[in-house]
Each structure stands twice: as structure tokens, then as C-alpha cells.
Design a protein around this ligand. Structure first.
Ligand code: KG4
Ligand code: ZN
Length: 334
């Protein structure tokens, strides 16, 4: 009757993170070292810089997590690590750290999909009810996933171009807001009004896919054309109008999928889940439909390793193991 203690490692983008989770649900340690400051002046994550930071931080973050959890290596059941998708040089730091630990401490190794991690962040809050629908919205992802059981993922829709968070970051740059752009646009949007009608990319009838590049171009053109006419648009109105388009499409497709698949629960994951407009729109719709909606607190929405440990706990229980030739994968299917 031993407790299951999973040590999780996440280095897929610009956060170096290590966490220890008990029985897939209880966070004993959750350490995240962010590099945002180093990437800010470039307006986005620079892969070379990210890798170097991970190398500098990983040992320190690991030691901090062990200290925070106050557990010994003997008590750790397995090591879970994000194997992909992400920046390959960044992922490699976590994967190699995990392999070294698994080898030196004689622990099983489990490779975890980054998106499975974002989904399982929600299980640190509340047990899943299947079938469930997950909306994953981050800087690299916009996906709708149906789960009928633990560890089983059916991708029903994804972005065909930019991710939702990527669109936020690009529009933020047009408005001279710092990276990452989501929080800045979100705040501005709250001060403005939807005075510009930006397009909504519904795509083909019945499609659960997304597209945000047309919206991004439309924002660029609108700003450019206004300048040519010698007009200035209020940045808060641009932000509010842009956000209204994103939130409308995300909410509408999520609601349609939830009804179609008759789900018992809807969960939201990824950095854009922090968006106030999206949260309130989803909350309102799913309250009306009486389908439980769960949006994790901010520290579990953005990249962290507790979510990787939580997903790893299920994979471990299902007998999934990786070998010491585990490799980092820039892209990989869910
Ligand atoms: O999940 P995450 O931390 O990293 C990955 O991309 O995996 O997500 C980061 C993204 C960034 O694009 C950021 O601009 C966006 O989440 N974001 C937001 C908000 N907070 C963060 N987007 C919209 N509104 C927000 N409040
Ligand atoms: Zn992420």
C-alpha cells in the first residue's frame, strides 16, 4: 500500500519546472523557473536562449523541488518528463535530466505528451468524469480533445495555422505590448469596446478546427488602413474587438462539441485559459447548459511540471514505461 510519488520534469518551452505529485492528485512540490524576462526584448521565445537557461536552471530547480516536498529518493516511484511537442533543444535538457535520474536512482521513466499534461492539470483540482471535453489553448496549441477514459485522447479539432496564444502575442506586438501579449490584451480589452467587427473563422460546417491567421491579418490591415486615413484607433477597442472574435469562436465550437459528444465535464487548459473574456463566456454558456466546467487556477494553466507528474501518474498506473533511449520530439501525436 505504498504511495505513488511521481517526479515530473517540464522544459518544452521557456519554463524550467520540476514537481512532485502524490497519487496523481496531490502536489507536494511545484517549482517553476520562468525565463520570460530573457525573451521579452525579442518579443518571443528564442530557442537557443531557452536551451541555455534550462541547462543553467535544471539542477537548481530539481533540488528545490526535492527540498519543498521533503521526500527522499527512495520514496520516488518514477520520473515523468515532457518528451514533446516543443522546442527540441529545450526538451532535450529535461529528457536528459530525467534519463540521468532514472538511471542513477534506478527509477522507471515515463515520457509524457505536453498536452496530456495540460489536460491532467485539471485532475489536480478534481477527479475526471468521462466522457469529457478538453479545450487546450496555449501559445503553441489550440485543440479540442474528447476523453472517454484515462490516457485515451481523441483529437476532434485543432488550429490550421496560428495557436490562440500566438495570435494574442502577435496582436500584442502590433499594439506595442510586452511579451507574452495575452495578459496585456486581456487587460486592455476590459477597458475597451467591440467597435470593429473582425472576422470569425468558422471553417466548414461542423468543423471543430480553428484558424487565427486571417484574424491576425485583419487586425494588421485595420491598423494600417486607419493610419493611412490619418485616424487613430483606440488600442483598447482593437484589443476588445480582437478578443471578442477569439472568444466567440472558441466558445461556440467548445459548446457545439460538448453537446454533440454529450460530455459530462468540460475542462480548459493552457495559458490562454487565464483569459478573463474566455473564462466568463465559457462559464456563462456551460452554466446555462448545466455541464460542469472546470478552469484551473493560473499557476496550473501555464506550463508547470505538476501537470506532467499528474499525467505521468496515470501512464504509470497503466503500465506505460519509456526506455533510456527516450528522445525529445519537436512534434508528436497526442
Ligand atoms: O500554456 P502556456 O504557458 O505555454 C505554452 O504555450 O505552452 O501559454 C502561454 C500563452 C502565451 O501565448 C500568452 O500570451 C497566453 O498564453 N496568455 C494569455 C493570457 N495569459 C497568458 N492569452 C490571453 N489572455 C490571457 N490572460
Ligand atoms: Zn504549454
Amino acid at each position: 500500500n505504498k504511495e505513488l510519488l511521481i517526479l515530473g520534469i517540464e522544459t518544452s518551452c521557456d519554463e524550467t519546472a520540476v514537481a512532485i505529485v502524490k497519487n496523481g492528485k496531490e502536489i507536494l512540490a511545484n517549482v517553476v523557473s520562468s525565463q520570460i524576462e530573457s525573451h521579452k526584448r525579442f518579443g518571443g521565445v528564442v530557442p537557443e536562449i531557452a536551451s541555455r537557461h534550462h541547462v543553467e536552471q535544471i539542477t537548481y530547480v530539481l533540488e528545490q523541488a526535492m527540498e519543498q516536498a521533503a521526500v527522499s529518493w527512495d520514496e520516488i516511484s518514477a520520473i515523468a518528463v515532457t518528451e514533446g511537442p516543443g522546442l527540441v533543444g529545450a526538451l532535450l535538457v529535461g529528457v536528459n535530466a530525467a534519463k540521468a535520474l532514472a538511471f542513477a536512482k534506478h527509477k522507471p521513466l515515463i515520457g509524457v505528451h505536453h498536452i496530456a499534461g495540460h489536460i491532467y492539470a485539471n485532475r489536480l483540482q478534481q477527479e475526471f468524469q468521462f466522457p469529457l471535453l478538453a479545450l487546450i489553448v496555449s501559445g503553441g496549441h489550440t485543440e479540442l480533445v474528447i476523453m472517454k477514459a484515462h490516457g485515451e485522447y481523441e483529437l476532434i479539432g485543432e488550429t490550421r495555422d496560428d495557436a490562440a496564444g500566438e495570435a494574442y502575442d502577435k496582436v500584442a506586438r502590433m499594439l506595442d505590448l510586452p511579451y507574452p501579449g495575452g495578459p496585456g490584451i486581456d487587460r486592455l480589452a476590459g477597458l475597451g469596446e467591440e467597435t470593429i467587427e473582425f472576422p470569425r473563422a468558422w471553417l466548414e460546417e461542423g468543423s471543430y478546427d480553428f484558424s487565427f491567421s486571417g484574424l491576425k491579418s485583419s487586425v494588421t490591415n485595420t491598423i494600417h488602413n486607419a493610419k493611412q486615413r490619418g485616424e487613430t484607433l483606440k488600442p483598447e477597442d482593437i484589443a476588445a474587438s480582437f478578443q471578442a472574435s477569439v472568444v466567440d469562436v472558441l466558445t461556440t465550437k467548445t459548446v457545439r462539441a460538448a453537446k454533440h459528444y454529450n460530455v459530462k465535464q468540460v475542462i480548459v487548459a493552457g495559458g490562454v485559459a487565464a483569459n478573463k473574456g474566455l473564462r466568463s463566456s465559457l462559464q456563462q454558456e456551460f452554466a446555462n447548459l448545466k455541464i460542469p466546467l472546470q478552469i484551473p487556477p493560473l499557476y496550473l494553466c501555464t506550463d508547470n511540471a505538476a501537470m506532467i507528474a499528474a499525467a505521468g501518474a496515470i501512464a504509470f498506473a497503466q503500465g506505460k514505461r519509456s526506455t533510456l533511449d527516450l528522445n525529445a520530439r519537436a512534434s508528436m501525436p497526442l
